[in-house]
Design a binder for this molecule. Sequence first.
Ligand code: FE2
Length: 323
Amino acid sequence: MALHRLTQIVMGVPNPEDTAAYYAEFGLIPRTGEEVTVFDATTPAPTGDHTFATVDGGEQLRIVQSARRRLVRLGVGADDPDDLDRIAASLAALGIPVERTGTAARAVDPGTGVTVQVEMASRYRQAPTPAPPYNAPGVDARTEHRAPGILREQAVRPRKLGHVVLGSTDQEFSQKFFQQGIGFKVSDTVPGLAAFMRCSTDHHNVLVQQAPVAYLHHTSWQVDDVDEVGRGATSMLARDPARHVWGLGRHHVGSNFFWYLRDPAGNFSEYYSDLDCIIDDALWKPGVWEGARGLYSWGPPPPPSFLAPEDLAAMMTGAHQPR
Ligand SMILES: [Fe+2]
């Protein structure tokens, strides 16, 4: 696959200091100004921005000032310049203006308002994570020892940025933009509402859902296993229980364990583990899902604020105009 990963996202919020403090607690690794390197040298990080790394993905989150919360930019990693040429041509065929530099192709999806930047990037090299020994009926995989998940004391550190979920005022066109324009593949769909799309072997890297206003619904960060999902969320909630949104549960589409929390700007952030993986496209059968069945397999029911965040109305009425 020519596209192979998400690289870095730029998140715009009205309160970058508070939001940055939240993501440091979430387990992302803050970078100082001297260490900041941005994938595309034509857009250096302005002083005062907050940049965070994951364990395996390098610098993957930049937080900047914005009048209202939104995803400003989404970076997608590609192998070589031919990919950028193909994408520029495909986007042009959709009538989308493309900015092409030596190492990147950049265009704005009108439905989500997000600048998508496809850029040359190295592939992930994730060290294999040993599965903890789980006892099961007839399987004594762990004897005379307590479960590793209860003994861990180190802070939870997300391994990589997994996916973003975006509200689009034109879901149909946004899907076209990502699928036909950029080259994402569709893993599953909820007709008329959403499409789960991938640019890697992850089940989804971008989900675009129909919404009354363009906005960032959530970002999702991979951790080692379900114990890390639980430990991460528990630690965040110990600091502030009001951060809780939805979890612990297991999604049906994508299969992953999840727990969603709310950052101080109103964006949701998800810890996830055990997402479906698609290596051979021919062997995956995309599904069509309706309603709550696709949303989760088990867990508490999703709160209404997960499906329609409480600040949507304020964003719609223009109380916070994007600048
Ligand atoms: Fe998610």
